[in-house]
Design a protein around this ligand. Structure first.
Ligand code: GDP
Length: 735
């Protein structure tokens, strides 16, 4: 055990070449937790026994027992390489896919990732999802091929087959790098076993080797096969003693992952939105500890004493007493305390220089994902590039405390939960006083309830989750005239569906409202088939992916009422005409307008309804539909149970996308509507004698089948207390 005193760690942190910021990324079950815990154990901070036991127990309960966090936090490891000391910050990327938002936030503060792949299963969907996100953030990968014991014990592979399996996995990973890394990184970042950026081994048995290691230590595949084939456990322990996992993995990290200073030079232009020639920009490009402070908070934890924000210092030095500007909420605050990580534990320190990971306290109400900037540089402040969530809140439950007197406690706990996990959305229904909690899947909500109870001591009653829909149209409309109540203002508007390419560009943040209009128009022309001149006329892009275009010419007073017109647009798409669900994927075109010369007659009370009614009338005549969230399911089940699993999926309006065999297991990839997914857990368990394991992930929005549409609209309207039918054209346009 290498127990360090804080002054030693501080000294290393001041020398940025001796720091690395990394995370472990993997498909669920491939060994992320085991690998992280074993590395932590190797650093001597938690005992090896705790690291081993942890795996057998339920993830959440263990986190609670150990009083560590379920969310991305940090652990600092100590490692010596070629006689030189290093601090390696291991940022935890949370385990479950429903938390993808958190994975991405963690990626922002990493420069490198250990990609863990189960050798018996190979590269799987989430390997791809997370590696893609990492590459998009310019996080450099190294590879750990895990569970090599399974190849020997379960699949009875010989040396040749083991070799072939490794080659296959490396090829798959390199294909992903080829697909998702930008041109300047593609070749530099490809994995090459001969160079030593691939390790293979067993996280459970705590050994790992790179190819050069194996040669140097004289260990062959046959030696490994012999160790596992003999019934002598000591043979495996010997393997661990000769090739402990932390040596292989941490050497790989020090050697192949750039230090924070090198990494920030190419990562800042990609992930930060501000001006690179400003003082702030320059300081961040140089990781200058003497420059202005910039801190990105990737994880928030609400503790008794207040909020603890863990994150990365991108420039300047984090110190108590500093006054900072919080970019996205436009306010200031003062840092009270600063701490660094010693293993998994925080200890107070006087300062943390640029490039390092640390935590601060004292700024209440801080949300994860926020950027803090030294207050005197407020004018140059800019947030980090928005994260491109691949998941969206698609289910909602109404909750109330089981004991009425717990209401204030529940409200307080909800506030904390949503600070820690901004992907949970809490709203109050004004009419009923209900608390509505929305998440990215049923499991996401279940975990939130679990945390309310176990971490905050509030037991709640929840209604069964309700699916959140979107409204959209399937064809182009003609032009409709919307009149203001005083008849002095008229707007001529048509709508059409946005094409998939456009929706994708906006979803990924490649096209957004803040962009230069010409740059944006070029992207839309080149990548989504737009007419350049029309694309130049975009006025607004809202968060649910709707676009407003001004195609008028020479309309008097238009500029004066632009914001009011956009207000009407937002009202129209916030709750659509069919069922008051948000509109998605709509292009609204304003062709012409008449606007009253007197501002008194063209206020919001006049213009909002005129614009909204024209948009709604256009929508209602262009094959309006509801979009429902579709979930991707990955189910692992013994081959014998394949057929009940496929029949459950099909019964639930689902589709089997792929069936893969892995040993005696089948891995089924399928899609089903979220609306059909709520009792799937029981059904899968029931019909497979509890032998199925599965994970879910938001996949896409898809139109509700026509045969179900009318009933569904009626049901939603009824639930919301709306009249049973959507408005008619006469209601909107007048006689
Ligand atoms: P995570 O979901 O990626 O965090 O995966 P875990 O670390 O929780 O591991 C999933 C399962 O794989 C657990 O039951 C582990 O004990 C097991 N596991 C981890 N590493 C190995 C290994 O090297 N060999 C084998 N056979 N099982 C392993």
């Amino acid at each position: 055990a290498r127990v360090k005193v804080i002054s030693e760690i501080e000294k290393i942190m001041a020398n940025i070449e001796q720091v690395r910021n990394i995370g472990v990324i993997a498909h669920v079950d491939h060994g992320k937790t085991t690998t992280s815990d074993t590395l932590l154990a190797g650093a001597g901070i938690i005992s090896e026994r705790v690291a081993g036991d942890a795996l057998l127990l339920d993830y959440l309960n263990v986190e609670k027992e150990r009083e560590m966090t379920v969310k991305a936090a940090n652990a600092s490891l100590y490692h010596e390489y070629n006689g030189k000391p290093y601090v390696i910050n291991l940022i935890d990327t949370p385990g479950h896919v429903d938390f993808t938002g958190m994975v991405t936030r963690s990626l922002r503060v990493l420069d490198g990732g250990i990609v863990v792949v189960d050798s018996a299963e190979g590269v799987m969907t989430q390997t791809e999802t997370v590696l893609r996100q990492a590459l998009e953030e310019r996080v450099k990968p190294v590879l750990f091929i895990n569970k090599v014991d399974r190849l020997i014990k379960e699949l009875k592979f010989g040396p040749q087959q083991i070799q072939e399996r490794f080659v296959e996995i490396i090829k798959d990973v390199n294909n992903l790098i080829d697909m998702y890394a930008e041109p300047e990184f593609k070749n530099k970042w490809k994995i090459n076993p001969a160079e030593g950026n691939v390790a293979f081994g067993s996280a459970k048995d705590k050994w790992a080797l790179t190819v050069p290691d194996a040669t140097k230590k004289g260990i062959t595949f046959q030696n490994i096969i012999d160790a596992y084939s003999s019934n002598n456990k000591d043979k495996v322990v010997e393997l661990f003693k000769k090739a402990p996992i932390w040596d292989a993995l941490l050497n790989m990290v020090v050697k192949f992952i750039p230090n924070p200073k090198e990494a920030q030079k190419y990562r800042i232009p990609k992930i930060w939105k501000g001006n690179l020639d400003s003082d702030l920009g320059k300081a961040m490009m140089e990781s200058d500890p003497n420059g202005p402070l910039v801190f990105y908070a990737n994880a928030i934890k609400v503790e008794k004493a207040g909020i603890v924000a863990t994150g990365r210092v991108f420039s300047g030095t984090l110190e108590p007493g500093k006054e900072v500007y919080i970019v996205s909420s436009d306010r200031t605050g003062r840092i009270l305390q600063v701490s660094l990580y010693m293993g998994p534990f925080r200890e107070l320190t006087a300062k943390i220089p640029a490039g390092n990971i640390g935590a601060l306290m004292g700024i209440e109400g801080l949300k994860s994902g926020e950027t803090l900037v030294e207050v005197s540089y407020k004018s140059q402040a800019a947030p980090f590039e928005q994260l491109h969530y691949i998941s969206e809140p698609v289910v909602t439950s109404a909750i109330e405390p089981a004991k009425l007197q717990d209401l204030p406690k529940m409200i307080d706990a909800l506030k904390k939960l949503t600070l820690e996990d901004p992907n949970l959305v809490v709203k109050i229904n004004e009419e009923t006083g209900e608390y509505l909690i929305s998440g990215m899947g049923q499991l996401h909500l279940e975990i939130a309830m679990w945390m309310l109870k176990e971490l905050y001591g509030v037991e709640v009653k929840a209604t069964p989750p309700i699916v959140v829909y979107r409204e959209s149209v399937k064809q182009n409309s003609k032009v409709f005239e919307g009149k203001s109540p005083n008849k002095h203002n008229r707007f001529y508007i048509s709508v059409e569906p946005l094409n998939d390419e456009t929706i994708d560009l906006i979803h990924k943040g490649l096209v957004n409202e803040d962009q230069d209009a010409k740059d944006r128009a070029k992207i839309l022309r080149d990548k989504a088939n737009w007419d350049y001149d029309e694309a130049r006329k975009i006025w607004s892009i809202d968060e649910n992916i709707n676009i407003f275009i001004d195609a008028t010419s020479g309309v008097q007073y238009l500029k004066e009422v632009k914001d009011t017109i956009l207000g009407g647009f937002r009202i129209a798409v916030k709750e659509g005409p069919l069922a008051a669900e948000p509109v998605r994927g709509l292009k609204v075109v304003l062709h012409d307008a008449e606007i009253h010369e007197d501002p008194v007659h063209r206020g919001p009370g006049q213009i909002y309804p005129a614009v909204r009614n024209a948009i709604w009338a256009a929508m209602l005549t262009s094959k309006p539909t509801l979009l429902e969230p579709i979930q991707k399911l990955e189910i692992k089940v013994p081959m014998d149970y394949l057929s009940p699993v496929t029949s459950i999926v099909t019964k639930k309006r689902g589709k089997i996308l792929d069936v893969k065999q892995s040993g005696l297991q089948a891995i089924v990839t399928a899609e089903i509507p979220v609306a059909e997914s709520f009792d799937i857990s029981q059904e899968l368990r029931g019909s497979t004698a509890g032998k199925a394991f599965w994970g879910t992930e938001f996949s896409r929005w898809a139109p509700v089948p026509d045969s179900l549409l009318d009933d569904l609209i009626k049901k939603i309207r009824e639930r919301k207390g709306l009249p049973p039918r959507p408005p008619k054209l006469e209601d909107l346009l007048g006689p």
